[in-house]
Design a protein around this ligand. Structure first.
Ligand code: AMP
Ligand code: MG
Length: 272
């Protein structure tokens, strides 16, 4: 069984209509949540094995970008996809509201220093895309300015790719109904209270504007080398599984190898 998660990739130059993109997904693994989680377990081990090689080889740089509306599951995707990996080689950078110092610079300034080094996987929890999403919806800069950013972002990501970075970008796509349920959970469940922010309700009010901003951002910046994937995210297991499958395929394509030993180790004896 299984499914072809590559079909969630947005081909360069295609128009994006998020109202038509699935938020639930098909019935991978028979639509069976338990089978999905069992598969996820196996995927995690494989991801960890390849990550160990990637770290040892110190050749490839991998950048994973996660963007989504509130409650879609960015945090738990990071936790559950990379759970078995070595934190020395997998790091997360979360981008919140810019500081005064960050705002005093161009919008890529704060992002560039967190791009991955050779041998590393870096996960962006939000990213430079906020600068054409929240910034656009809230009119934090004039239109002519944010519009030019699509071009900068394509060029910036091209620079990273040309210098050896592999980029995969994920939009975790939930329905507005599913978000209502998840926000309600944050009010109802004590352990989730801390996640509730009243500001999220104001963002929800602008849902359609955000969908339009996401659609344009994805269309303008999904390239052959830095593609977007629109991941159906109303079901938690399906979303994690889809991201894990694509991350694993990406690592397999890189085919990282442990480096050759420096000397012929057979001839070395450890002194007593
Ligand atoms: P959270 O991910 O829940 O910690 O929230 C982070 C908040 O920071 C979100 O409301 C984002 O929209 C906001 N944010 C991130 N980047 C920017 C940016 N460049 N400009 C304005 N707000 C931002
Ligand atoms: Mg939040």
């Amino acid at each position: 069984m299984g499914t072809n998660f590559e079909r969630y990739r947005v081909k360069a130059g295609t128009k994006v209509d998020l109202g038509k993109e699935p938020t639930r997904g098909d019935d991978a693994y028979g639509g069976d949540k338990d089978a999905g989680y069992a598969r996820l377990d196996a995927l995690r081990d494989e991801i960890a094995e390849l990550q160990d090689r990637l770290y040892a080889e110190e050749k490839h740089k991998v950048l994973i970008v996660l963007q989504a509306m509130d409650t879609a599951g960015k945090d738990s995707t990071i936790r559950d996809v990379f759970k078995e990996t070595n934190p020395q080689g997998v790091r997360v950078a979360s981008f919140g509201r810019p500081t005064d110092e960050e705002l005093a610079h161009d919008y890529l300034w704060r992002v560039h220093k967190y791009t991955p080094a050779a041998g590393h996987i870096r996960v962006f929890n939000r990213s430079h895309y906020e600068d054409v999403l929240v910034v656009r919806v809230n009119e934090l800069v004039p239109e002519d300015r944010w519009k030019r950013r699509y071009g900068h972002i394509r060029d910036f990501e091209r620079l990273l790719v040309d210098e050896g970075t592999t980029i995969r970008k994920f939009f975790l796509h939930i329905s507005k109904d599913e978000q209502r349920e998840r926000l309600q959970e944050r009010l109802d469940i004590k352990e989730k209270h801390w996640k509730f922010e009243s500001g999220d309700l104001r963002v929800r009010e602008r849902w359609d504007d955000y969908m339009a901003a996401y659609a344009d951002a994805i269309k303008e910046t999904s390239t052959v080398d830095a593609p977007w994937y629109i991941i159906p995210s109303d079901r938690r297991w399906y979303r994690k599984l889809a991201v894990a499958e694509i991350v694993l395929e990406t690592l397999k394509d890189l085919d990282p190898k442990y480096p050759d030993p420096p000397d012929n180790l057979h001839h070395i004896a450890i002194p007593d």
